[in-house]
Structure formats: C-alpha cells, structure tokens
Design a protein around this ligand. Structure first.
Ligand code: HOZ
Length: 428
C-alpha cells in the first residue's frame, strides 16, 4: 500500500491520522510519508523510498536508528521480562549514569514521558515552596499538561493552538508567561508575583519555537532571581539533556537548576523520562515524602536498558563528532541562504538547529512567529522530494545524530542547493 493509502486508512481510525499532531504535516501542507523502518541516519517509507532523517524521533535518536548496542540491550532485557513493576538493577544503573553526567541530578525519579516529568516537577516545586504560580516562556513547550498549554510552542504553535480548548481557566490561573530572553520582563514578573511564584520552567535552549539559544545573561539572570526570591529554577532538558553536551545545557552554560526534567535520549528511543534535582527536594517525593506520584511502567526494564546503552555509547568524542557534523550542515545552509540572497538565519546549539526564513535573528516566540513559514514549507517539500526528511514545521528543531557522517551531511547539502532554488521561486 502507498503512503497515501496508509494515511487515508490512518485518518479513519487515528484522530488526524496520527498519534501526535506535528506529524500530520499541517505546518507544511500535503500528506505525511508513512515510514516502514529506520536505520542509522535513514528513514524508509512504505513505498521503499529512502530519506535522510533530521526528525530523529524529535531528538531521541542521538545514535541514529536501530543502533546495534541499543537494539541488543533491548533484546536482552526483553528476554528477562518486559515489565516487572518492582525494583530492578537497571533503574539504579541508569540513574547513576545520569548523575555521573549531570551532578545536579542528585536524585532521579523515572516516569514515562516528558509531559509526566514536567507535571510531576511542577507538583514538587509547589509542594516544596508552598506557592502556586509557575513562570513559563511564550513559545516554550513542556508537554501537554494543562498548566503548560499557555502560549505553548511545538505542535500547539504549529496548529495555532497555543492555549488549547479543554484547558480550564482554573488550571492555568497560576501560569505566568514572559518573553524568552527578555530579562526586563522576567524582573517585572518577579517584582509583582514573587510571593506566589513557586518555579520558573524554562528550556535552557528553546527548541520548540525552532532553535532559539539563550542570550548570554538569560540563564544566569534566571538563576540569580530565583535564588534571591526563594523560587525554584526548573530546566526542561527533555530536548537538550545529553544532547547539547554530555552534561546537557546545565554543563554547557554552567548554570545549575534546582530541578531538571529529562526525556527522549535517556530512553534511547523508548518511552522513558525522569525528573531529578537536589536531594532535599526530590526526597519530598513519595514514599520518602508526601508528594504523590507513581506509575506502573516507570523504570521499565526495556526503557532502562535502551537508555543505559545509549548513554554508555555517548562518550566525549561523540560530542565532538556531532559538533563537527552539525556545524558543517549549518555552515552549508548559511552559505546557501547567502548564495540565493535569501533573508534568513541558521540557529544552532550543538546538534540541534533550525533554518528560519525572513529574519536574520530569532530571540523569542514573537520573532519565530514572524519568520516566513510559507517559504519554510516550500523548502521542506523541496527537500523531501530530494530524499531529506526535515521536521514538518518551522517551529521544530532538526536533530543530527552520530550516524550523520560527512557523506550524509554532504548529500544533504547537495539537496539544499536545489531545494533553496525552489523555495525562492515560489510566492506563497
Ligand atoms: N512535541 C514534540 C516535538 N517538539 C513531539 C512531536 C511528535 O512526536 O509528533
């Protein structure tokens, strides 16, 4: 059956034909390719066409697809029981591997998705401070828990649903927002709400409005204000954790949060996430303390095995390879923009990057929204036609994996020239 046939069939049973909204191509038009399998840097659709993959399962697949160390670890674990629901060694080992890379993660609680990690970290922050309000940033995406669907990025921004219906006014009453990278706006929030502010939730590198790096003083200002006002700083490192450095954004920027949420890479492609942080905070989580949170599949042996295998492959040298491949790609894209005299920019931190059309710099969600999404859509399709699968929205990050070697990057850049010409020609 063709991609079209599968998608028609999918639409009759899955809402919008998908299991998560961005995949439906609403941000770029057309219909998604239905992917039969993935290996290394490549995707293969049901019609046998091959694509270089920059979705990377939205950041999870830092070693590329079906990495032998990961698939073997999963197979071994599966043979020893797919879910135990009781304490087992692999969860201890994975938590220790996390702490070895991110010392701020003194204690770790495993959950099953980034949404769950964020929701639980917020509950913990509220319990620890006795306050209710959470500050998030416009265009920041922290999963789909009610309190975080306010001015949200990622699929919510792509579909024009940053404040989803179904979220009650009561559940977002305590969600405050400010513009990313705007230290003045943040200082104002602290001035007016410090007695009710429990936590600041931030992506240390924004990745759900496209990649928007923090301005030099942004994270240190947040740290200083939080410490001065007894507010907890939560880094949402679901995307950046073990991605922008071995120790994530915490290491890359040298700013230590109180709590951290992880996902994606720590599960090696299986549904694993975690929240972590200072021991005295994390010890408030049940059964050590009174903050309740639980899950039947939490610490699942397959996920723990995949996460362990992934982290153990990610030695320092791998980050150098990722940096080299990603900077080659970003430079090539930037040169193509210049060659075709297209206004735009490539924003990159480590192995995550976004091409924005129409603006030379993007610092916040207002600017990300003002970029030329119609031109991105044309570029996306021109790349897809040439065998390169980008994330299907201008509000998403592209992810480079260790399987994207020089040959793969050069094949991508060969497609970029023609695709850029096509994107420039269109008028939409
Ligand atoms: N919201 C994630 C991307 N930023 C996941 C999207 C998906 O899985 O479709």
């Amino acid at each position: 059956m063709t991609s079209k046939g599968w998608f028609t069939r999918a639409c009759s049973i899955l809402p919008g034909g998908v299991s998560s909204p961005v995949r439906a191509f609403k941000g770029v038009g057309g219909e998604p390719r239905i992917i039969a399998r993935a290996e290394g840097a490549m995707l293969f659709d049901v019609e046998g066409r091959a694509y270089i993959d920059y979705v990377g399962s939205w950041g999870a697949m830092i070693l590329g697809h079906a990495h032998p160390a990961v698939t073997e670890a999963i197979a071994r674990a599966a043979g020893e029981g797919t879910s135990i629901g009781l304490c087992s060694p692999r969860e201890v080992e994975l938590a220790e591997e996390i702490r070895a890379r991110v010392p701020a993660a003194q204690r770790v609680r495993f959950v099953n998705s980034g949404t769950e990690a964020v929701m639980s970290a917020i509950r913990l922050a509220r319990a620890a401070t006795g306050r209710a309000a959470i500050l998030k940033f416009s265009g920041g995406y922290h999963g789909h828990a009610d309190a975080m669907l306010v001015r949200a990025g990622s699929g919510a921004a792509t579909l024009g649903l940053p404040d989803s219906p179904g979220v009650t006014p009561g559940s977002v009453r305590d969600t405050l927002t400010a513009a990313y990278n705007d230290e003045g706006a943040i200082a104002d929030v602290f001035k007016s709400h410090d007695d009710r502010l429990a936590a600041v939730m931030v992506e240390p590198v924004a990745g759900n409005m496209g990649v928007v790096p923090p301005q030099p003083e942004f994270l240190t200002t947040l740290r200083r204000l939080c410490s001065a006002h007894g507010v907890l700083l939560i880094f949402d490192e679901v995307m950046t954790g073990f991605r922008v450095a071995q120790g994530g954004a915490t290491a890359r920027y040298g700013v230590e949060p109180d709590l951290i949420t992880f996902g994606k890479i720590i599960g090696g492609g299986l549904p694993v996430a975690a929240y972590a942080g200072r021991a005295e905070l994390m010890n408030l989580v049940a059964p050590g303390g009174p903050v309740y949170q639980a899950g039947t599949l939490s610490g699942n042996p397959l996920g723990m095995a995949a996460g362990l295998a992934t982290l153990r492959e990610l030695k320092t040298g791998k980050y150098e390879e990722l940096e080299a491949a990603s900077s080659r790609l970003a430079d090539g894209l930037q040169q193509a923009l210049a060659r075709f005299r297209v206004r735009g920019c490539v924003q990159r931190v480590g192995s995550m990057l976004t091409v924005f059309f129409g603006l030379e710099r993007v610092r916040n969600f207002t600017e990300a929204a003002a970029t030329d999404h119609a031109r991105f859509a044309r570029f996306f399709h021109a790349m897809l036609d040439r065998g390169v699968h980008l994330p299907p929205s201008g509000y998403e990050a592209w992810f480079v994996s260790t399987a994207h070697d020089r040959a793969v990057i050069d094949r991508t850049l060969a497609a970029v020239d023609d695709a850029m010409a096509e994107a420039v020609r269109g008028t939409g």
